[in-house]
Design a protein around this ligand. Structure first.
Ligand code: PMV
Length: 329
């Protein structure tokens, strides 16, 4: 039977990917660095079946058609062509993080789908091959294939653009306290955002300065230097949001609560707490801290009325094959 199931974690970027050199192959304009998020995951089963009339996608128990299915079909076409087959597939996928929480799931989704689909068709791919494959579905998904702290070397073509682990999950006991801001509006998706990034006059400067930030961030992670990490992660986040805010049309992902959390985090760091923030293409704030401070930070975040929920995640492992999965949880 051509069936396999896999699990992958989302990741939070400390150095962000924003803008493509090649949008079709999702080859980034700059390299990036992230941490996988343990405890949060996507589980996916893929079943290739000649008797199906076309690909089928079931997400969190609901059949999905339209652009989301088209994207999965385009992705499966890459896997089918690698394996030299043409069978349709049924893809059953579920996230264990709260629906509507506004946490981007495309990274964990395409990392899990890559591993399950390649395995179902008997392809024996290296971790680097799988990372390249996942990138074709969603750029940041290539960083959810390896474990722990992961660098995506942007490269310049399909062969040279992939991610690899620079440190295992146990290397550094960081915790991401994800502050979910209430009233999450549907944001402009990241694929559209990458396309708009070139319209900002700030994008060229952001991209040109990335090797410097990446080098400092890599050193901060490898040497477990929280102060260095905090300074570079916040600047990198602010630079990406500066590009978003100055694109045509401008992308404004922040809400009043987002700024309230930024200012709280900065005040806590001023009091000597090891804590910093980073924000993806949405209003939620990833508050990064050490495990020794996580309870205190969690409590402080919970006391801010505009925060609906706080999820905690430590560094997560790589994408992995799992037992058969039937679609719940
Ligand atoms: O992989 P995409 O196309 O969803 O882009 C991810 C973009 C950010 O989350 C904002 C930054 C990043 O590097 O993860």
């Amino acid at each position: 039977m051509r069936t396999a199931s896999a699990l992958a974690h989302p990741n939070i970027a400390f150095i962000k990917y924003w803008g493509d050199l090649d949008p079709g192959l999702r080859i980034a304009l700059n390299s990036s660095l992230s941490m996988n998020l343990d405890g949060l995951h996507t589980r996916t089963q893929v079943r290739f079946d000649e008797s199906l009339s076309g690909d089928v996608l079931i997400l969190d128990g609901q059949p999905v058609t339209g652009p989301a299915l088209d994207r999965v079909t385009r992705f499966l076409d890459h896997v089918r062509s690698l394996a030299g087959v043409r069978f349709p597939a049924e893809v059953t996928s579920a996230n264990n993080f709260p629906t509507g929480a506004g946490i981007a799931s495309s990274a964990s989704a395409f990392a899990a789908l890559s591993l399950a689909a390649a395995s179902a068709l008997g392809l024996s791919l290296t971790e680097i091959d799988l990372s390249r494959l996942a990138r074709l579905g969603s750029g940041s998904a290539c960083r959810s294939v390896p474990g722990g702290f992961v660098e995506w070397q942007a490269g310049s073509d399909h062969a040279s653009s992939y991610a690899y682990s620079i440190a295992s999950p146990s290397h550094w006991d960081l915790v991401d306290c994800i502050a979910i801001v209430d009233d999450v509006h549907k944001p402009t998706g990241s694929s559209e955002g990458h396309t708009l990034s070139g319209t900002s006059p700030l994008q060229a400067a952001r991209v040109a300065d990335t090797p410097r930030r990446l080098e400092l961030c890599r050193r901060a992670v490898l040497e477990r230097d929280f102060d260095l990490l905090a300074s570079i992660v916040e600047v990198d986040c602010n630079m990406m949001h500066a590009v978003m805010l100055t694109s045509s049309p401008p992308l404004v992902y922040w809400q009043p609560a987002t700024l309230e959390i930024i200012q709280s985090v900065q005040a806590w760091r001023g009091q000597g707490v090891s804590v910093c923030y980073t924000i993806d293409a949405g209003p939620n704030v990833h508050v990064i801290t050490l495990s020794s401070e996580a309870t205190r930070i969690h409590e402080r975040l919970r006391s801010i009325p505009s925060i609906a929920n706080v999820l905690l995640a430590s560094p997560g492992g790589p994408a992995r094959l799992t037992d058969p999965f039937t679609g719940t949880g």
